[in-house]
Ligand binder design. Structure first.
Ligand code: ADP
Length: 494
């Protein structure tokens, strides 16, 4: 059985990637699905459509490559995290659209929880900060707003799941109602110290335990597919949330190793090993994965505007036609010309947490050109990640020596070199920037014996290494002005 398939269930599309024994992605199939916006601030997905697109791309991949179910040694699932769906156990039909992680409809109930003083309790138990992102208040909303849902839930007739749970239910023909620890740790109901659903939190959110899936490790044979269209009896053998899967896919398997995914936003995650590190700067503590009995924890921080700054220059200001043009344009000037761009377009996240901040561009003179602006925008991606890196190392009490990078904007050499320079960090960029799907494939491949732990380390090809080159006085000067600019964007909205 020469292949592993990764199911990559993202926020905007359903993808499947086929990997060979060298862990090369030899074929990909992908379909977008509908984004539903019923009201400002609400975001939903049709879970049935997610399953239909996901099973269609699976079948397409097999067909394109002329493969049969017998050729697939195992399936790994990685998914958009926190997105919540509830369905009837009997029919497998959802009671409502899935509520997506971005959805803010439960902001008021989160605010009430904070005001009632639950923040420390929740952070201590789950590693998370009270926020509508996480599944708990979304489940609560569904039980309170879908007619009859609460009674059905109390009678044990409904099932809750994040997208990994929903897909494994579907793949197994309703046999599996499971999730893995990494996804469970994003629900705000899972106790990451005791490794179980937390009864006190279930009571606080008024959620019946009968709704919940059983929590498994991230790498084991959970069950087999029972679906004619994609093929029968393929082992479902790996599950991890998208950021955790990327950390695994980047081979950040030792404590202290970190990755940053530069996509629309930037997502930094560091392996803290068997040690659960509590953040003093409002970063998230989360479970990275579990293999066998061994649970690995991580610290996580993210910024909202990463590569999205490039989209804004492209679509909002029409500075260039494609994000990839930004590198040559920024290279055409020697430096930022004193221009600093703080992309607080939707406020500032970690470590500032100021939702009233707004974007601003400082230091403009008559000599400023589009090239300086573009360079400043690329630098802003790295400055923000630098702040996260510093926060992470403060929480851990040690500097981070090395950073593994992936995501679309990590293709930009100028930006990555600038990151290495200002953060004084060595950066490793793999050839394959799709670490998320690869991580899910590794987890499944390990479980079915397709790879050994040693052999996956031999599969990764490095594209380029970046070392810090910039003189330290120049770094200090750049950071001084960046910090000054950030301060001036704060508390803008009144
Ligand atoms: P996502 O998974 O969040 O959709 P991707 O990992 O596909 O994101 O990365 C896309 C993002 O990267 C976009 O915001 C785009 O503007 C940015 N991007 C893509 N290529 C480049 C580049 N060469 N330089 C800078 N930014 C880029």
């Amino acid at each position: 059985m020469p292949y592993i398939i990764a199911i990559d269930q993202g926020t905007s599309s359903s993808r499947c990637v086929l990997y060979n024994e060298q862990a090369q992605p030899i074929a990909v199939a992908q379909r977008e699905f509908t984004q539903i916006y019923p009201q400002p601030g609400w975001v939903e997905h049709d879970a049935e459509e997610i399953w239909q697109t996901q099973s269609a791309v699976f079948a397409e991949l097999l067909q394109k490559q002329k493969l049969k179910a017998e050729d697939i040694a195992g399936i790994g699932i990685t998914n958009q995290r926190e997105t919540t769906v509830i369905w009837y156990r009997k029919t497998g039909i959802p009671i409502h659209n899935a509520i997506v992680w971005q959805d803010r409809r439960t902001a008021d109930s989160c605010e009430k929880l904070k005001q009632s003083g639950y923040e420390t309790l929740i952070q201590n138990k789950t590693g998370l900060l009270i926020d509508p992102y996480f599944s708990a208040t979304k489940i609560q909303w569904l039980l309170d707003h879908v007619e009859g849902a609460r009674q059905l839930a109390e009678r044990g007739e409904l099932a809750f799941g994040t997208m990994d749970t929903w897909l494994s239910w579907q793949l197994s023909g309703g046999k599996l109602h499971i999730t893995d620890v990494s996804n469970a740790s994003r629900t705000m109901l899972y106790n990451i110290n005791d490794l179980c659903w937390d009864m006190e939190l279930l009571e606080l959110f008024n959620i019946p335990a009968s709704l919940l899936p059983s929590v498994k490790s991230s790498s084991e044979i959970y069950g087999l597919t029972a679906h004619n269209e994609i093929g029968l009896n393929i082992p479902i053998a790996g599950i991890a949330g998208d950021q955790q899967a990327a950390l695994f896919g980047q081979l950040c398997h030792q404590p202290g190793m970190a990755k940053c995914t530069y996509g629309t936003g930037s997502f930094l995650m560091m392996n803290t090993g068997a040690q659960l590190v509590k953040s003093h700067h409002r970063l998230l503590t989360t479970i990275a994965w579990q293999r066998g009995d061994q649970v690995t924890y991580a610290l996580e921080g993210s910024v909202f505007m990463g590569g999205a700054v490039m989209q804004w220059l492209r679509d909002g200001l029409l500075v260039f036609k494609q994000a990839s043009d930004s590198e040559a344009l920024a290279e055409s000037v020697a430096d930022n010309g004193g221009v600093y761009f703080v992309p607080a377009l939707t406020g500032l996240g970690a470590p500032h947490w100021d939702s009233s901040a707004r974007g601003a561009i400082f230091g403009i003179t008559r000599g400023t050109t589009q090239a300086h602006l573009t360079r400043a925008a690329l630098e802003s991606i790295a400055f923000q990640v630098d702040e996260l890196l510093q926060t992470l190392s403060d929480d851990c009490g040690a500097p981070i020596a090395e950073l593994h990078v992936d995501g679309g904007a990590a293709k930009n050499n100028l930006m990555v070199q600038f990151q290495a320079d200002i953060s004084r960090i060595n950066i490793i960029r793999p050839k394959n920037l799709e670490s998320t799907a690869l991580g899910a494939a590794y987890l499944a491949g390990l479980a079915v014996g397709f790879w050994s732990f040693e052999s996956i380390n031999r599969t990764q090809e490095i594209d380029q290494r970046f070392a810090p080159l910039m003189p330290s006085d120049q770094v200090e000067n750049l950071k001084y002005y960046w910090q000054k600019a950030v301060v001036r964007t704060k508390a803008w909205m009144e």
